[in-house]
Design a protein around this ligand. Sequence first.
Ligand code: SGN
Ligand code: CA
Length: 532
Amino acid sequence: MTWKKLLLPLVLLSASLTSTIAADRPNILFIFTDDHAPHAIGAYQGWLQSVNPTPNIDNLAAQGMLFENSFCTNSICGPSRAVIQTGKHSHKNGFMNNGNSFDWNQQTFPKLLQKAGYQTAIYGKSHLKGKPQGYDDWAVLPGQGLYYNPDFITPDGKKRVEGYCTDVVTDMAIEWLKEGREGEKPFMLMVQHKAPHRNWMPALRHLHLYDDVEIPEPATLFDKWEDNSPAARYQELEIDGHMDINYDLFLDLTADFDQPATQKRQDRSAWNNMKRMSEEQMKTWRDAYGPKDEAFHKANLTGKDLVRWKYQRYAKNYLRCVKGVDESVGTLMDTLKDLGLDENTVVIYSSDQGFYIGDHGWYDKRWMYEESLKMPLIVKWPGVASPGAKNTDLVQNLDYASTFLDMAGAEIPEDIQGKSIVPLLKGEGDGNFRDAIYYHYYEYPSVHMVPRHYGIRTDRYKLMHFYQFDEWEFYDLQEDPDELTNMYHAADQDLIAEMKKKLEDIRKHYDDDSDVTPFPMEKQKEFWPNDR
Ligand code: SGN
Ligand code: CA
């Protein structure tokens, strides 16, 4: 027997040990986007499915588990990300609305993963302000970031990178996977895209995508919110009344960006985005939108026809941004394969909250209604999560920190409020993962004017309290999935009492004693004059 043959069993043993260790401590690739509603993902089979918006994300779902009842705790950007970092509700991690700054000195899951021997990195949108902690490498967009030729803040200072934001972030992640890793150390990599956030600016290669397609309309495009609490009538996120035809839909790109020609505008970020483009990029844009603008001016649309036109332009740009994201997912998956990492890397796709794509006549998010409460969550974990599986447990972004720690075999600290979904991924759930989810939104008065509210959702019912105005809404989601009939007064009052009790209990459970005192009546009237 040669010495090689003698050594073979040892070599095999060590190879199998390595693979057991690797399976126990998989790499984690967390792809996280901004404002990507589940119904704009083919695999979720929503009403946009016929457009086939996301073949690569659908492919991920075919290889992993898709969570149908995945929700945020507070439907807005920074807060959602802070919940993910900490595994704690907003009132515990201190980041209740976008105006806050995240306290990076607190416990976060990337820091705990580092302690557990993981190498960590984040590229793209952070929206938590301050320098990220808990990452071995990072490059983040300042604030909302820009779509074209964006700036990044890095450990070495600010730098501008030419290109389209989604592509640039993908390239950074790939470069790190190829060049930045330390030997065989397991990693956790966060790829956080700005897209498809407002102001919905697609990559140049996608400007003509869907040109010849009529995007289906949501059933509730012309909702008049007759049955809701007045909150739904006094918001500022209507396609009809609030979406700006120049600012949001790029009509007449020849308008002077510094002095936009029409209407009051709360936010100048769209102009900042457009000013950022090179002359060549701008020319491509003008060539793409110019003929469409001309046709629009000739058509002289009004009323519902105008809303329909705005909806088409908006939905197309939104889905074009989604296309960029979907291509990024495909490229990242291919890269993992090329690097031989695909079998031992958990890939997660999610977005900070859902979004209105014309649903209820709206854009944006913030509400506890289904379209913005839901978050996409798809997890591919080779050898663990059954390919093509669908899960209906009530899960939240609150659970991600525990889940990532659990995947890594790290200890989950007691003060984390979320629960690991690893048992669900392993197919070991008993259907009772969670009885109800808790929600609390805090940003009012603010852009889009959605009042503060908290609420509870079970697998069937939803109860919400717009407490600044002391208004309640209750829906039976089984009978009324679009939440068109507020049953707060008409429902069986024992059921309402039971749900209120549940809500109080869950507030205690999560220790939310933040101030929920209604505005004095005089102040309420200032916000809601009696004309709607
Ligand atoms: C910006 C957007 C708003 C959006 C907020 C919060 N305007 O102000 O439409 O609701 O961000 O979004 S924009 O014209 O500047 O895009 S979040 O995702 O960051 O919470
Ligand atoms: Ca967002």
